[in-house]
Ligand binder design. Structure first.
Ligand code: RIB
Length: 405
């Protein structure tokens, strides 16, 4: 077997088993340990594996440039796999040992224009700056969660183009522990044109979804292992709805708690609310879903009750400067927003969702998780760029503001 083919097979093996020793691989491929060490060093240089002490290695980065074969989906088969994996991760007290989050979502390249005010129809205005950077609600949420003490696995799809390479570089250089990035040969990587108005950091966004909309059922099925290992599954609505709904269904049926951030809003979200443990709309999305125009806490409560009746277990409506409203079916809790010097609100919802998922994965109760997420988001709006997330320690200091309230 040629070196390249062996290295491809080593990656496939690691994709399935997460780690292996040099010895195991040498036996598996009938080559010397020295040959395997050379292969691993090469793969490590490419940033797709991480060497660790004792010759064992951990797979960190997965880049699927080949389409996944259409293997067909058997939910029963998936559940069997889940139960086997869960069993091996449970300690003597019956508790899951690792807080791991799996996020299925979008990657976009954001093209941002900083303006004094938004242009009127037909008007040309000058921007004070333009910035091109990584974005996409899914990838931003993964960035946020990765700042917290949890392991994050991100799953997304990009095109075979320069922006797709940007996605790979961005994820590789982040704290996201591992990712599965599918590559579409026909469709371009998603992109978003964003105006950010400088006085208040408000934004207007137009998204071209591109490859994000072409995740296949087979590709969702092939992340079964990552889903099975996770405590929390988080997703949004920037991918094709079928893939999102299938992943939510798989997570729900395997006992993984699910979070759906219904953004950008689609009425189809209602079709999968029975699989959702935590629904996190902003006030606009909650208004669209419930038919109640939200303009204060009372109308938000009314909307939350209607959404609850549609099937979601817990509803957390984020309301910008009005804070957030939590409804678990029994009681409403309103948490006020923390003071922030807003520079760029793009990605504030993503910051909230990623941080919320991390806190829930760590076992925090709903109220503390929402407070942590609010503190996280309040720091995120003080930074430029949708994927530019604050450090965990800074969030803990900001969180102390709640104690003083
Ligand atoms: O939530 C902000 C994100 O929405 C941006 O990064 C943009 O890419 C769009 O997906």
């Amino acid at each position: 077997m040629f070196g390249k083919e062996r290295q491809r097979q080593i990656l496939a093996y690691l994709n399935k088993h997460e780690r292996a020793t040099v010895n195991q691989l040498a036996i598996l491929f009938s080559v010397s340990k020295e040959t395997i060490r050379n292969d691993l060093n090469l793969l490590a240089e490419q940033g797709v594996v991480e060497r660790c002490h004792g010759g064992a290695i951990i797979l960190r980065r997965i880049f699927h440039s080949q389409p996944v074969n259409n293997v067909g989906i058997s939910i029963e088969k998936f559940l069997n796999q889940v139960n086997r994996r869960k069993h091996s991760m449970i300690n003597k007290k019956g508790k899951l040992m690792i807080s791991k989050i799996c996020i299925l979502g979008s990657f976009n390249v954001d093209i941002i224009a900083k303006v004094d005010r938004f242009p009127k129809s037909g008007e040309s205005i000058l921007a004070s700056n333009t910035i091109i950077g990584p974005g996409g609600k899914g990838a931003n949420q993964a960035m946020a969660a990765s700042k917290c003490p949890v392991q994050v696995h991100f799953v997304g799809k990009v095109g075979n183009d320069h922006f797709g390479q940007m996605a790979h570089d961005h994820l590789s250089s982040s704290d996201i522990r591992s990712f599965t990035l599918y590559q579409d040969e026909e469709h371009k990587t998603g992109s978003a044109i964003i105006y950010v108005s400088e006085p208040a950091g408000e934004n207007k966004i137009a998204i071209y979804s591109g490859a994000n909309q072409y995740i296949t059922e087979a590709e969702v099925a092939s992340i079964a292992g990552e889903l099975a290992d996770a405590k929390i599954f988080l997703t949004q609505l920037e991918n094709n709805f079928e893939a999102t709904a299938l992943a939510l269904n798989m997570a729900h049926r395997s006992g993984v708690k699910t979070i759906l951030n219904p953004a950008p809003y689609s009425d189809r979200a209602k079709e999968c609310l029975q699989y959702v443990d935590y629904l996190t709309p902003n006030e606009t999305e909650a208004s669209l879903m419930s038919g109640v125009e939200i303009n204060d806490i009372e109308s938000a409560k009314e909307a939350a009750q209607i959404i609850k009746s549609l099937g979601a277990k817990n509803i957390i409506i984020t309301m910008g400067s009005q804070g957030a409203l939590i409804y678990d079916g029994e009681q409403f809790i309103h948490i006020p927003a923390l003071k922030a010097v807003s520079i760029d609100t793009t990605g504030a919802g993503d910051a909230f969702n990623g941080a919320f998922a991390a806190a829930i994965a760590q076992g925090q109760p709903l109220l503390s998780a929402a407070k942590f997420a609010s503190a996280f988001a309040s720091l995120a709006v003080e930074r430029e760029g949708a994927s530019n997330m604050p450090e965990y320690e800074a969030v803990l200091s900001r969180l102390a503001q709640y104690e003083r309230k």
